[in-house]
Design a protein around this ligand. Sequence first.
Ligand SMILES: [Mg+2]
Length: 226
Amino acid sequence: MDFRVLLFSFLLIAIIIPGIFSESIIRIPPEKDLFCDRKSETDDRLYCESWRFSIETNDAGAWQRIPARAGDGKDAWVFDIDETLLSNLPYYEVHGFGSEPFDEKSFDDWVNLAEAPALPASLSLYEELSQLGFKIFLLTGRSEYQRDATERNLLFAGYRNWEKLILRGPSDQGTPATVYKSEKRANLVNEGYRIQGSSGDQWSDLWGFAIATRSFKLPNPMYYIA
Ligand SMILES: [Mg+2]
């Protein structure tokens, strides 16, 4: 046999055979393996932790959905609103980017317009958490009389399906932000929610008591709320 034909045949076999016998190292579990029969609370917690770890490390593989047991409806995330979900940059652009003294009247007028855009990264996180089954609570320093405008603005910006919007009621007026927000988080904990995460642009959104398992501080170079 011609040497070149022999060499070509050898190379062809060398290429084809490994392809026939090799297997992908990526294994997609059969559907039935997505669920299991463990009943104990400890097992459930480990099972769910495993899922969360996989999601956070972007290692959830080809699974298309979360196992039904990866949540009992009590995992919660708390979002602040101003400069966390909604950006008031259009307002501050014409008010010195926070360098002017805060003017409640003109800010209220801006709030009533309900046109603040979403912070894109926050909207993305919000939607992902919502899809994962987290109950989303919106905890803001805005007052009850601003509920309607706030809801309209959240919908305008693309937010949907929050569990509860918590605003300052009459008895909350004058309470320091850290205390007010801690008290509201504590109410959620007393209702059985596990506050897994909290996002806010002020430290007073995150500190105090009934603190989330993980807290995420967004930057806000324009103003500070103690
Ligand atoms: Mg804020």
